[in-house]
Design a protein around this ligand. Structure first.
Ligand SMILES: [Zn+2]
Length: 360
């Protein structure tokens, strides 16, 4: 328990100090300002490991990675790319308190200047995954098909196929896995949650495919449990319904309050870890698939609310988008996704090992 708190503290310190990266913006969706698509700059930097320094007085943001530099000013369409000046068609803006850059900057400057993470490639496949058990949750099933593509491709089938692939990949790494369903059957959300909790898994990965009314929408995104779901409230509910199996006799007292405090700590800790997991997944996917990475978001998904271990819900792509539906139909792309998730888990497990080392 003391170790867990230490990990939590180090994680928070990393967030506050910024370390090599800028904290992820909570909402990574793109947005439209005056008909132009904008991206949150902090998130782009986070995905590519770019350092950003911002001076609120001059409103100047300086980006740097390796030998590459770019400087922008909020409200200005002129940007510096290394030593060259470039005029964008639209100015850098602020959206909900965060710096936003127009699509043109992302595509013509950022993506080229700060290439996909070479580090991620280097780390892929290297280093042991230090986890005992992962519960994989293929979304939907049975009478619940989930999203359905134009050609009839069913989300439940994609989810199950990727889950099985991920399971074999993890097993080959010596990690135990458990699927919340391994056939095409309906499993209630509460059952999925209790399977994960009973299994005492280290990690919970829920796999889904997306659908949107706009057929243009495509990409990969990861969700973790929303901060608006109060940890204390969750803790209180769990303390009432779950027996704490702590070996220490002192903890085995019947004090509801003590149990609540302990669960509160476990939940706060697992959210910090879930954010790390989600970031790792997006970072690795960014360098392993061509799809847009929509980023890390939080949500109040029931399946994430109930779990007592770090977890994430992955939306692998949009079946409502014709291009992605075509890709998701192929086993090659599903395998690519499964490998990407595996490498994301590896990256996360290595980050956690570093945190643990730092806290010793
Ligand atoms: Zn779904």
């Amino acid at each position: 328990m003391v170790n867990k708190i230490k990990i939590l503290l180090v994680l928070f310190m990393l967030c506050i100090c910024g370390c090599a990266t800028v904290p992820v913006g909570e909402n990574i969706a793109t947005y439209s300002i005056g008909g132009v698509t904008y991206y949150p700059l902090a998130t782009l930097c986070d995905l590519r490991g770019v350092t950003m320094q911002y001076d609120p007085l001059t409103r100047i943001a300086s980006l740097a990675k390796d030998q590459q530099r770019s400087t922008l000013r909020v409200g200005d369409a002129l940007v510096l790319v290394n030593d060259n000046v470039l005029r964008l068609n639209n100015p850098v803006d602020i959206w909900q308190g965060a710096i936003a850059v127009p699509r043109q900057y992302k595509e013509q400057v950022f993506d080229i200047l700060f290439r996909k993470d070479v580090l991620a490639h280097r780390r892929a496949g290297i280093g042991k995954i230090k986890l005992n058990k992962v519960v994989i949750d293929p979304g939907h099933g049975g009478t619940d098909p989930g999203a359905i593509g134009k050609s009839g491709l069913r989300e439940k089938d994609i989810n199950l196929d990727i889950a099985k692939r991920l399971s074999s990949l993890l097993k080959a790494e010596g990690v135990q896995t458990m699927l919340t369903r391994s056939t095409d059957k309906f499993v209630p959300l509460s059952t999925r949650v209790s399977i994960a909790n009973r299994a005492k898994a280290d990690l919970f990965i829920s796999i889904h495919s997306n659908a949107a009314r706009s057929r243009a929408l495509c990409g990969f995104e990861v969700f973790y449990v929303a901060p608006s779901v109060s940890d204390s409230k969750r803790a209180m509910l769990t303390a009432r319904t779950t027996a704490l199996n702590l070996k220490d006799a002192d903890f085995a007292s019947n004090s509801q309050e003590l149990k609540t405090i302990i669960w509160d700590m476990i939940y706060t800790n697992s959210r910090a870890e879930s954010i790390e997991l989600s970031r790792s997944l997006c970072k690795i996917m960014d360098s392993s698939i061509d799809a847009d990475i929509l980023g890390v978001k939080n949500a109040r998904f029931q399946v994430l609310k109930g779990i007592t271990m770090p977890g994430a819900l992955i939306e692998v792509g949009f079946v409502s988008n014709l291009h992605e539906e075509r890709l998701l139909k192929t086993s090659a792309y599903r395998e690519k996704l499964a490998v990407g998730i595996l490498e994301g888990i590896r990256d996360y497990s290595q980050e956690m090992a570093l945190v643990e080392m730092a806290s010793k």
